[in-house]
Design a protein. Structure first.
Length: 400
């Protein structure tokens, strides 16, 4: 593929890159399905040992894909938000669903009106298509910044990254990544209204999309010599923040309680900021007992990827708007007290994948033959890790 960088007038993703992005996404979904197949076989055997009725492979695969946060999103899609939240709410209560944002379950609910199979199936179908749009949006952003080779490699790394299993689950990452990448693309092209609208959808989907606000502020700073453009970027920031506020008002209005989301986050899920202490604690616990917890092991792996990605961001001199967003995502992930770094959270920092691609393609010391060999080895390892991580979440109870 040609490595030319597009001009402002030709930023549309070429059809060959669309086809490549779809192909690599489908290949990665086959690997996720392979990991889920391992889960289904193990659960079938476990049911047989316990004398339980034999359930279909598809049943076990579906149950794995709608587990954990997927349960809560489906509860919102089917029942809406609670009209009352008791004091000292816990995650054993259905009212704890008020901790999840409305963007994704609202789409699932609308699609379920059309499709005849039910909310779980509708959620998985929605996320299959949103996963593909997330890959293409990342590719479009990379193509706008660095051309075809970087776009192709960014889509490949993003699709094959072990945390990309979340693109197939009943989770909100696919929707957030799609609109976050589009918002960044619009900010780079000074399309302030579209950037604000895309940012609002993202922040109505997940709270960490607020990192787009930092990107908007950086955009305003880069445009400081053009008053109209600077105010346009600030308008984008206001629209982006409005998405978060709308989600808060929607949840609070239904529950008839101001700040309901914050209380449920605090009481039911113990969410807050430890300013990196919990992340350091998890890493220390893993060092003491590397095989003691798959969740800790995956957290360490995700932290190492983030560190490598930040190094690549600095080395590649990634566009300041995309850098700001990615650093904002990473900061929220590292500083959180409960969620901490996990593969699916690293997946939302799309700039890391672009920066890694740029750094790799700019490595001058590698011959074409050695580069190709290393790329094949890395692809094989990534594919194996994607299968393994998917199976770990289904079999070992690791927290996605």
């Amino acid at each position: 593929m040609r490595s030319t960088v597009p001009t402002d007038e030709t930023t549309r993703l070429p059809s060959r890159l669309w086809r490549f992005g779809i192909l690599v996404f489908l290949l990665s979904r086959l690997l996720v399905l392979l990991g889920l197949g391992v889960v289904a076989v193990a659960r079938t055997q476990e049911d047989a040992r316990n004398g339980l009725p034999r359930l279909s492979t598809l049943h076990h695969i579906r149950e794995a894909l709608v587990s954990w946060d997927g349960f809560w999103y489906l509860e919102i899609a089917s029942s809406g938000y609670p009209s009352h939240i008791p004091e000292n709410v816990t995650y054993f209560m259905l009212e704890a669903r008020a901790a999840f944002f409305p963007g994704f379950p609202m789409i699932v609910r609308m699609v379920d009106v059309i499709l005849p199979w039910g909310h779980p199936e509708s959620a998985l179908i929605v996320n299959f298509f949103l996963g593909a749009t997330a890959v293409l949006a990342v590719g479009a952003l990379a193509y706008r910044l660095h051309g075809e080779q970087v776009a192709a490699l960014s889509m490949t790394i993003f699709s094959m990254f072990p945390g990309s299993f979340a693109l197939s689950m009943a989770y909100s990452e696919s929707l957030m990544i799609t609109f976050s990448a589009l918002a960044l693309l619009f900010l780079i092209d000074n399309r302030w209204l579209l950037a604000g609208l895309a940012g609002a959808v993202a922040t109505m989907t997940r709270p960490n999309a607020l990192a787009l606000g930092l990107a908007c502020l950086i955009a305003a700073w880069t445009q400081r010599h053009n008053i109209r453009s600077a105010f346009g970027a600030l308008f984008s920031a206001v629209c982006t923040g409005a998405g978060f506020i709308i989600a808060q008002l929607f949840i609070a209005g239904t529950a008839k309680e101001a700040g309901a989301w914050f209380r449920v986050q605090r009481e039911a899920w113990s969410e807050g900021f430890s300013f990196g202490i919990d992340t350091v604690r998890l890493i220390g616990e893993w060092i003491v007992s590397p095989l003691g917890s798959p969740t800790r092991a995956l957290t360490v792996g995700s932290t190492l990827f983030i560190a490598a990605g930040l190094w690549a961001v600095a080395r590649s001199r990634l566009h300041p708007i995309v850098s700001a967003y990615s650093i904002g995502i990473v900061s929220l992930t590292l500083l959180a007290s409960t969620t901490t770094p996990r593969p699916r959270f690293a997946l939302t920092a799309v700039g890391l994948f672009i920066a890694i691609s740029v750094t790799w393609l700019n490595a001058r010391s590698l011959s074409p033959e050695r580069r190709r060999s290393l790329e094949l080895v890395a692809s094989g390892i990534s594919g194996a890790l994607l299968v393994t991580v998917t199976a770990i979440y289904g079999l070992l109870g690791a927290i996605p």
